[in-house]
Design a protein around this ligand. Structure first.
Ligand code: GDP
Ligand code: MG
Length: 388
């Protein structure tokens, strides 16, 4: 029997990845990540434990706890159901949120085609007459839950947003055409994802082409220190075709799996914070800005502050084009209510009322002026020192 990856085992045995990692912790097995491999003995031990759990009605404690330490004996009988329950509802009950994914790669390698395919197959179709506006992001519904894709021309969005200090993507898909392999913008995309410490999944696209050579792409990846799993590394590589759809389902599964391992959570009850994905001025509607809710909940009527400007949400639309009244974490929403178009990557916060919004803006203006004055003073004293 060969070595088995942690997440593969978890999948085969039908248990949550976090539960699997917890069991390994309890057994004192060391691992780097859920894509680390386990030796045969560990696999057998885990299988035995899971079998015991299932025999005992699904929630047996791990062996450390069952081997009756005096403390465990003293506990009331309610204890056994705890490990499984806490594995899922840890972190003070802060709920999971959907992953936000960005697609990057060299021009013509199929980023737009891949997004189009996913949008076409995974976004609930709007009734006839509905206008699909460009919002810069969309929500795909998969069997494993919601995945949010940023579809603003991948790269720029990611880099401008990052340049402003905001990280909006949780996972980066690096698209590489199987007939072209690594190209300059591929390397750039990889470097950006690495700098942002965002986990990457490599999608080898266009495998339907006769000249496709996915093996070459995998070999080339190793030259930039990305070692595919099948070569013993930890980079997930998914061969697919944005044209035929082959492999796209696998990609979505790997995204959900990666998201699960990242354990993404956000509190809808926390104070709101978000990031501008994109904005534009519509001749009729006015300024339309897409905001990604990162934490908390946005509601129509809320006051928002972006940089030194504020606005009140007059209307909100989800990426499907439906009018909505509120939006929680990992929801991209188009907002009507800013008087000027904010820049992508700007951070958005909310204020209790107009007065608070004005105060926040005033304090930011004040801070900026102070900083400017300090800079001016330093310049003057430097000039003095230089005797000019
Ligand atoms: P982008 O520049 O990365 O957004 O690439 P596009 O999505 O615009 O695709 C560039 C070209 O490759 C277009 O002509 C697509 O039709 C074609 N293309 C994209 N994906 C595939 C694929 O999986 N198979 C084939 N045969 N062609 C593809
Ligand atoms: Mg494109």
């Amino acid at each position: 029997m060969s070595k088995v990856r942690i997440y593969t085992l978890a999948k085969d045995l039908g248990v949550d990845n976090n539960r699997m990692l917890q069991m390994l912790d309890e057994l004192g097995v060391s691992y780097k990540s859920a894509s680390s491999t386990l030796d045969e003995d560990t696999v057998e031990t885990i299988k035995g434990l899971i079998a015991d759990e299932q025999a005992n009605g699904g929630s047996a404690a791990a062996p450390a706890a069952t081997s009756s330490t005096p403390a465990a004996e003293a506990e009331p009988a309610a204890a056994p159901s705890e490990p499984a329950a806490t594995a899922d509802a840890s972190d003070d009950g802060v709920p999971h949120r959907a992953p936000v994914v960005t697609i990057m790669g060299h021009v013509d390698h199929g980023k737009t085609s891949l997004l189009d395919y996913i949008r076409k197959t995974k976004v609930a179709a709007k009734e006839a007459g509905g206008i699909t506006q460009h919002v810069g992001a969309f929500e795909a519904k998969t069997s494993k839950g919601k995945i949010v894709f940023i579809d603003t021309p991948g790269h720029e969005a990611f880099t401008t947003i990052r340049a402003r200090g905001a990280n909006v993507a949780d996972i980066a898909i690096i698209v590489i055409a199987a007939d072209d392999s690594l190209m300059p913008q591929t390397r750039e995309a990889i470097a950006h994802a690495q700098a942002a410490k965002v986990p990457m999944i490599v999608a080898i696209n266009k495998v339907d082409l006769p000249q496709a050579d996915p093996e070459r792409v995998k070999t080339d990846l190793t030259t930039v220190n990305l070692v595919p799993e099948e070569y013993g590394g930890d980079i997930i590589v998914v061969p697919l075709s944005a044209k035929t759809g082959e492999g796209v389902e696998d990609l979505l599964e790997y995204i959900s799996l990666t998201a699960e391992l990242e354990d993404l959570r956000a509190d809808p009850k926390a104070e709101f914070s978000g990031v501008i994905i994109e904005s534009r001025v519509d001749k009729q509607a006015g300024v339309l800005a897409t905001v990604m809710v990162q934490q908390g909940t946005l509601r129509v009527g809320d006051f928002l502050v972006v940089g030194e400007k504020y606005g009140k949400i007059k209307a909100m639309t989800n990426s499907n084009g439906d009018r909505i009244k509120e939006a929680g974490p990992s929801t991209p929403v188009q907002i009507l209510g800013f008087s000027e178009a904010p820049t992508s990557g700007e951070k958005v916060s909310s204020a209790k009322n107009e007065h608070a919004a004005r105060e926040l803006v005033a304090s930011r203006v004040g801070e900026r002026r102070d900083a400017e004055a300090a800079r001016q003073n330093r310049k003057l004293s430097l000039e003095e020192m230089m005797g000019s």
